[in-house]
Write a protein that binds this ligand. Structure first.
Ligand SMILES: [Zn+2]
Length: 495
């Protein structure tokens, strides 16, 4: 497929219910998917859940539930959240899916064996069950895992399979340096390049006794695949690897993996090494987002009591403003902050005060004074100011810089507001119809530019303009002789 665009999120670990970080990532991926659809691409958007591992197995046990039943319940909550967030994913992949996922994960393992990159080795180390990973002395805080201070660190000696990551590091470094596998933002690119220089082979399996819930290693059922081959492989199995090779060859490589900064190494070192070993093309880009912190920059955690879960926020603020805020508040390369008064401020000043008021004002003015009709447009310098912004916004979206995209979009709306204000069409209704023609065109353009971020409101706005399914090609000032529909207020101030 020449014009295809394959975008993924990391697969969530459904050991509990979704949090703000899950909401952020899926919203970002959704905005990316919608943006590329606007450009006319054939988009395939995949998300899913990573359902194996000791932690899930133990959590289910603790609740005295069958493991899969425990997972099913949580997955349902994730899916429910994505529905509430208006997420347009095409496929939800689950790593316990024996039809969609297991054949490809097994095939990938076998390819790595064929390449001579899997070997067995005795390993002894400090293990945190919470993280499901070995730790170095340096990573511990007073002998405890900083992420899981209530759990004891275990010393585990076991014989595992290892994967020859070290064999591919030079190749990956080159691919990343040359942007053949492009890492955005730059700060993450530098971080991974310094990690890769010292990268060692990675443990790739666990004995069934320590990891009872997972995919057995082909040919050695006493060993279970560790998360790398089990979970990272979802990006190719979802596209058809190991079961629908035709489809896979059309969809792969992915254009973009969206992930959080805490799993950079897995996606920018382990994953490309596995693909190179199996002779599979590398994905094109990796977009790495930061964390959503509480106001003031504190980490949200249950023990701090400052966790803000997504469901109630969507209920309070509405899905579009919630999406808008999360995308707007996350600087490229840094962390964002979330609090109810921060989101409230944005809604009232930007979404209502700037965008929504502009649209309602000009639409109702047109309805009242011109019988809902625009004819021509006013050849005005405001058009010259706005038009170059289309390209800037496109670039910002392409670079995953939603903050910059939204700043520019809001600037267009502000230009529309001041243009309307300066022209004072109410003073001379008769000769001002063209002013409204220009304004209606501005609103039309806003309904396209904002669509990846606020799909519901933009659909509504297009309906008010008597338009539908506009794409990036419709960004212009060519709408003339148009009858508009009934004006409606898109957003109201929240107290
Ligand atoms: Zn831990």
């Amino acid at each position: 497929m020449k014009n295809k665009y394959y975008v993924t999120t990391a697969i969530a670990y459904p050991n509990g219910t979704p949090h703000l970080g899950h909401a952020l990532e899926i919203i970002q991926a959704d905005a990316i998917a919608r943006f590329h659809k606007l450009l006319g691409k054939d988009v395939f958007f995949q998300t899913g859940t990573d359902e194996h591992g000791t932690k899930i197995y133990q959590s289910a046990k603790k609740e005295k539930k069958d493991t899969l039943k425990f997972i099913d319940e949580n997955v349902k909550i994730f899916k429910n959240l994505y529905e509430k967030l208006n997420i347009s994913y095409d496929q939800f992949i689950r790593t316990t899916d024996e039809k969609l996922h297991h054949p490809g994960a097994i095939k990938l393992w076998e390819e790595l064996v064929k390449s001579g990159d899997i070997y067995k080795k005795k390993y002894s180390g400090l293990y945190c069950v919470g993280c499901e990973s070995f730790k170095t002395e340096k990573e511990l805080d007073k002998g405890k895992c900083p992420e899981h201070p209530t759990r004891d660190i275990q010393i585990i000696e076991e014989e595992n399979y290892f994967f020859k990551l070290s064999r591919y590091k030079e190749q990956i470094i080159t691919a990343i340096e040359k942007d053949e596998y492009k890492i955005t933002p730059e700060i993450r690119k530098n971080e991974i390049l310094s990690f890769l220089k010292a990268a060692k082979d990675i443990s790739f399996s666990r004995p069934r006794s320590t990891l009872p819930w997972g995919i057995p290693v082909p040919g050695d059922p006493e060993q279970v695949m560790y998360v790398w081959c089990d979970a990272l492989s979802n990006y190719i199995t979802g596209a058809g690897y190991g079961r629908a090779e035709d489809r896979f060859s059309k969809l792969w490589p992915a254009e973009c993996h969206v992930i959080g900064k805490d799993i950079l190494r897995f996606h920018a070192a382990f994953w490309p090494a596995m693909l190179l070993s199996a002779g599979i093309d590398l994905p094109k880009e990796l977009f790495v987002h930061g964390f959503v912190l509480a106001k003031g920059g504190a980490k949200m955690s249950k023990s701090e009591g400052n966790v803000i879960e997504p469901f109630s926020q969507i209920e309070t603020f509405g899905v579009d403003p919630y999406r808008y805020y999360l995308l707007e508040s996350m600087p490229l390369g840094g962390d964002g902050e979330y609090s109810e008064d921060l989101i409230l401020k944005r809604i009232n000043s930007e979404i209502v005060g700037n965008f929504s008021n502009f649209c309602y004002r000009i639409l109702s003015f047109t309805e009242k004074n011109y019988n809902s009709e625009i004819k021509d447009i006013d050849e005005e310098k405001v058009i010259k100011k706005i038009t170059p912004k289309f390209e800037e916004i496109k670039k910002a979206y392409e670079n995953y810089d939603f903050k910059k995209a939204l700043e520019n979009i809001l600037a267009i709306s502000a230009l529309g507001n001041s243009y309307f204000q300066e022209k004072e069409p109410w003073k001379d209704i008769e000769s001002s119809q063209e002013v409204l023609g220009t304004c209606i065109n501005i609103a039309k353009n806003l309904s396209i530019l904002l669509q990846p971020v606020m799909p519901e409101a933009c659909e509504n706005l297009q309906k008010q303009l008597n338009l539908k399914d506009l794409t990036w090609k419709d960004l212009n000032f060519e709408l003339k002789n148009q009858n508009i529909g009934k004006p409606e207020i898109l957003f109201k101030k929240i107290k």
